[in-house]
Ligand binder design. Structure first.
Ligand code: SF4
Length: 419
């Protein structure tokens, strides 16, 4: 079969799609970009908008006449809707490996498949698939949280962790990689089911590879003292952490059912910065959440202005059907947009100020690709801090090289190779 795989949503979905593509390849099927017999759509439902995009992609593929198989969060959440639309195979967030058999079966029989979806409590190992320069290693799935805006625990189930043995096995296949990104749905919950912690998994990866290690995202209340010390002391851990704080108003955090206060978050960020001053600290922030007043928004704005945060993912709240927050009184779209715009302005200022602090410093860049920009050819890559670095000319790819940062350029900084 000619199989096309479309992915929506988060990095975890990206990793899982690559694994599924590899399973299809192993069975002798071809992964294609166009003219597919079957389109596998790995869906997302983290917001109402993500859900709509998933449905849109499914309808488009059906309209093109392909057999459609759906996996991922929206598949788990709304199998009945998907069956109504005409999707032949639906696999949710567990038993994903079964998609290959199911697709083969349906393709051969040309008949509709409909089944209730089970939710597993056991971590499902999916095979690793090579990507260009960075290997994404998923070590955790699901979440034990109860955030009022989030559908993830409903569609992915309780937190479950990959065994250290399985992590070691994957490490053995990654010797060509200079960087491994450790991912999960809620990474900080790694090990709660195995009597382990995230730092155990990180140490295991460090001990079994020679690559540098990046963490995808860790919840504010899960950035422990032990994790901070490990990031500080271990040169092979990237000096970059993404923290989904979502709001810096205690009142809003309470309505969101988040498990930390603004003060906890401030202390943690300052501790990170004091220990690792060059560290890139990124956040996710939701604006216009139900009950957020102008005053609460100003609290968030002022708090973020003060803190050493250099990268912002900004979201206007979008209600997700099936969550508590979707039933609450909503903030008007105009107010929401004004708040998003204000935070985006602050985000640009903070990013630029952070870049300024790095000028003249030396950083380690993973070289990823060569591209032309107005004046000439540049080799692009990311530093340990996840700053985009442009190196003039062509240098070997997939290497970690030391450069001196000289001036801001486009969305990053020019790096000059140290001779
Ligand atoms: S911590 Fe909250 S927002 Fe994150 S996945 Fe769990 S329930 Fe969703």
């Amino acid at each position: 079969m000619r199989i096309k795989i479309e992915t929506l949503g988060c990095k975890v979905n990206g990793v899982e799609s690559e694994s599924i593509a590899e399973l299809f390849r192993k069975r002798g099927h071809e992964i294609v970009k166009d003219n597919a017999d079957v389109v596998v759509i790995n869906t997302c439902c983290v917001t109402g908008e993500a859900e709509a995009k998933s449905r849109q992609a499914i309808r488009k593929a059906l309209k093109a006449g392909a057999e459609v198989a759906v996996m991922g969060c929206y598949g788990q959440l709304a199998p009945d809707t998907l069956k109504e639309i005409g999707v032949s195979v639906i696999v949710g967030t567990s038993e994903r490996k079964s998609i290959v058999n199911k697709v083969e079966e349906i393709y051969n029989q040309h008949k509709s498949d409909s089944q209730a979806l089970d939710m597993s409590n056991i971590y499902e190992d999916l095979p690793h698939v090579p990507s260009k320069t960075r290997a994404f290693m998923k070590i955790q799935d699901g979440c034990n949280g109860k955030c009022t805006y989030c559908i993830i625990p409903t569609v992915r189930g309780k937190s479950r962790s990959r065994s250290l043995k399985s992590i070691i096995q994957e490490c053995q296949t990654l010797s060509d990689y200079k960087e491994i990104v450790i991912t999960g749905i809620n990474l900080g919950q790694y090990g709660t089911d195995l009597g382990l912690s995230l730092t155990d998994a990180i140490r295991t990866v460090l001990n079994n590879t020679s690559a540098r290690v990046r963490l995808s995202s860790v919840e504010p209340d899960e950035v422990t003292e032990e994790l901070i010390n490990l990031i500080k002391d271990e040169p092979r851990i990237c000096k970059h952490l993404h923290i989904p704080v979502q709001s810096c108003s205690d009142a809003v955090l309470k309505v969101m059912h988040r498990k930390y206060t603004v003060n906890d978050f401030k202390q943690m960020v300052n501790r990170l910065h004091d220990n690792i001053p060059t560290m890139m600290i990124g956040i996710d922030i939701i604006l216009g959440f139900p009950s957020e007043t102008d005053e609460m928004f100003e609290d968030t704005l002022n708090c973020l202005r003060e803190l050493p945060i250099s990268h912002f993912h900004v979201f206007g709240y979008s209600p997700r059907k099936g969550t508590l927050a979707a039933e609450m009184e909503q903030v008007s779209p105009i107010v929401k947009k004004a708040r998003v715009d204000k935070i985006l302005t602050l985000a640009a200022e903070k990013k630029s100020a952070y870049h300024d602090t790095l000028i003249s410093s030396e950083v380690e860049v993973l070289t990823e690709r060569t591209r032309k920009h107005f004046e000439g050819i540049y080799t692009e890559g990311h530093s340990s801090e996840y700053v985009k670095v442009y190196i003039k000319g062509e240098v070997p790819l997939n290497e970690i090289i030391t450069v001196k940062l000289t001036e801001v350029f486009k969305d990053g900084i020019i790096g000059v190779v140290d001779n």
